[in-house]
Design a protein around this ligand. Structure first.
Ligand code: GLU
Length: 468
């Protein structure tokens, strides 16, 4: 693939929060740009006045930044084609409507929604695919004027040329062919003057010099329309790649329980951005190495040729796996901040780094950090039944020896356990488990040597003492 001046974009409609599905689209476009040292642009497609909300624009910008998917052109950062919100670009669109009008490629349509619905129904009943029948294309100039004089606001329809085959090579799905006769004339400007998706999206991609568009396969049928429009406008078309949708574990649509999660929810649940990136970059895209990658490596190894055509299945176990990896790779200060106040108030600030390093293999979410902070630095330890059984079996004398060994060797773990082994005649699990339970209340957890070094000496003594 030529990597010259690659420019990709993410063009969300701010009608809701970012979810895994549209974040993946943003990610693939960002990775493609980054891998080719190109540019990634953000454009807000807010032409649907009813459903678009400024708070969603704000939220999606924040979510993209949190994920590290920064854009080099777009809202906040600016660029040569500003503004980057479609609601602010009506003068730009007006120029291109005029161009189409002058070329006789569009016509006003006065059909009411009721009339259109009736016509659609009639075609469906007759077993034909519904498309606009061209009623208003056949109006005479006088008929048009009469309707305008009656105060009817028309939409503007693009006249689809007859008998053409629209062909293009999809970056994911290969060669595509569409017959223009299957495409009815479509609306490019609504009756209220706002642009329709097909038009604003295509015009902006061309003006903003977008070279590659990766988007959901639900847009595949829009592409021939947009190619015809761009041709009529004498504007360049980007290369399109249509991504297979994400489906639930059962192959059905994503549901609230499985995968239909907003970035906000995942972030609030403690997911790290790199976990989402590592997971999503593999959802419908294959890397040669299935190992943890930093965001730059995800980009370096990204390739549109490795995008799959089959639906990508959401798999929570995989997401959890990458979350675990992200935690293992994050710097300790970051994990300390991420852990939140429950852990921060419990673990002494001076021990934050040692604490995080000790519990790192045992944590996946902030609640796990809080759990270990409580276990290690909290006052009371109440082991469960399994732990109590371990303590009882070891017997009080065991802890007497442990205390003496600790007083003699402190945090020097090897000599400490060597002495305890000698004194008690125990080894392996029978030796380590009672110590673990006495010090943490748990039968599983971080490495004992590290725990011993981390815990304040008075805590170690107190916890051994109470078992003597
Ligand atoms: N605003 C459109 C959407 O969110 C953009 C589609 C495209 O990427 O071209 O579906």
């Amino acid at each position: 693939m030529s990597t010259e001046n690659i420019k990709t974009r993410f063009a969300p409609s701010p009608t809701g929060l970012l979810h895994l599905g549209n974040v993946r689209t943003a990610l693939f476009n960002a990775l493609l740009a980054r891998r080719c040292s190109g540019r990634f642009l953000l454009r807000i497609e807010d032409t649907d006045r009813e459903r678009s909300r400024p708070e969603y624009v704000e939220a999606l910008r924040e979510d993209l930044r949190w994920l590290g998917l920064d854009w080099q052109e777009g809202p906040e950062v600016g660029g040569p084609q500003a503004p980057y919100a479609q609601s602010e670009r009506s003068t730009v669109y007006a120029r291109f409507y005029q161009r189409l009008e002058a070329a006789g490629r569009v016509y006003p349509c006065f059909c009411t929604p009721g009339e259109l619905a009736l016509s659609r129904k009639a075609q469906l009943t007759a077993g034909r695919p519904p498309r606009y029948t061209g009623t208003c294309a056949r109006l005479s100039e006088a008929e048009r004027r009469a309707r305008l004089e009656r105060g009817i606001s028309p939409t503007l329809r693009f006249h689809v040329p007859a008998g053409r085959t629209v062909e293009f090579t999809d970056l994911v799905r290969g060669a595509q062919r569409f017959a223009s006769d299957d495409i009815g004339d479509f609306v490019i400007r609504r009756a209220d003057g706002t642009p329709q998706f097909f038009f604003a999206n295509a015009v902006d991609d061309a003006l903003m010099a977008i070279t590659h568009v990766l988007r959901g396969e639900d847009h595949l049928a829009n592409t021939p329309r947009q190619l015809l429009l761009l041709e009529a406008l004498e504007l360049p078309a980007p290369r399109y790649g249509h991504l297979a949708l994400i489906v639930g574990p059962d192959g059905g649509p994503l549901s609230k329980r499985a995968g239909d999660l907003s970035v906000r929810e995942l972030r609030a649940g403690g997911y790290l951005p790199e976990a989402l990136l590592n997971y999503l970059a593999r959802l419908g895209h294959a890397y040669e190495r299935d190992v943890w990658m930093e965001p730059d490596e995800l980009a370096e190894n990204f390739s549109p040729e490795h995008l799959g055509r089959a639906p990508a299945r959401y798999d929570e176990a995989q997401l959890l796996h990458w979350q675990g990896e992200a935690v293992q790779h994050a710097p300790s200060e970051r994990l300390w901040a991420w852990a939140g106040t429950a852990a921060q108030q419990r673990a002494p600030a001076g021990l934050s780094e040692a604490f995080i390093e000790t519990v790192r293999p045992n944590i996946r979410f902030p609640a796990d950090v809080a759990f270990w902070a409580e276990r290690l630095f909290g006052e009371d330890l109440t082991p469960g039944a399994e732990g109590e059984a371990v303590l009882a079996q070891a017997g009080r004398a065991f802890f007497g020896h442990a205390l003496v060994a600790y007083d003699r060797h402190g945090v020097a773990y090897q000599p400490l356990v060597a002495e305890l082994r000698q004194q008690t005649g125990l080894k392996g699990k029978s030796l380590f488990m009672p110590l673990r339970v006495a010090l943490t209340g748990e039968t599983h957890g971080p490495e004992l040597a590290r725990l011993l070094a981390l815990l304040p000496p008075e805590t170690v003594r107190r916890r051994l003492q109470t078992r003597c």
